[in-house]
Design a protein around this ligand. Structure first.
Ligand code: GDP
Length: 142
């Protein structure tokens, strides 16, 4: 198993609903360690840059407005196959399609307000981690 890092964002809906602890417990129980963390309210510019890959999608403005609507908990997770493991813990993008027991099935309301973000590839994870954290801010215990 390859040790990887991935970026997780606990989105404004889950922060508002006091689910930071419940969601982080799932990461840790699955073997994903939190090696960096900060709580922030993203600016419009940060959100537009972070989600630039989606800029031509019809839901882009709603997505950016939502992620800026309240504080988010941003974490770097490290562990065996962290990227795919986190995606499986998260469940499908649309909580209605998400498997039972996944974070989105349990904590998300809708495809817009879907509780968590997680990097979807090695390349994306690298970029997304560097977007929020320096190497010196990541406290690896691998
Ligand atoms: P993720 O990797 O599962 O978060 O999904 P994507 O990277 O494809 O999309 C980023 C985010 O945009 C998702 O988490 C959703 O909140 C939102 N999103 C994606 N597809 C749709 C859609 O068809 N409609 C709406 N309203 N939002 C969407």
């Amino acid at each position: 198993m390859t040790t990887q890092r991935t970026l997780s964002i606990i989105k404004p809906d889950a922060v508002k609903n006091d689910k930071i602890g419940a969601i982080t417990m799932r990461f840790e129980a699955a073997g994903l360690r939190v090696i960096a963390a900060k709580m922030e309210k993203l600016t419009l510019k940060q959100a537009q840059d972070f989600y630039a890959v989606h800029k031509d999608r019809p839901f882009f403005n709603d997505l950016v407005a939502f992620i800026c609507s309240g504080p988010v908990m941003i974490q770097v997770l490290e562990g065996p196959n962290a990227i795919l493991l986190n995606r499986s813990l998260m469940g499908a993008t649309d909580p209605k399609q998400a498997a039972a027991g996944t974070i989105r099935a349990d904590f998300a309301e809708s495809i817009d307000k879907n509780a968590v973000h997680g990097s979807d590839s090695i390349e994306t994870a690298k970029q997304e981690i560097a977007f929020f954290f320096t190497e010196a801010q990541c406290f690896s215990r691998a």
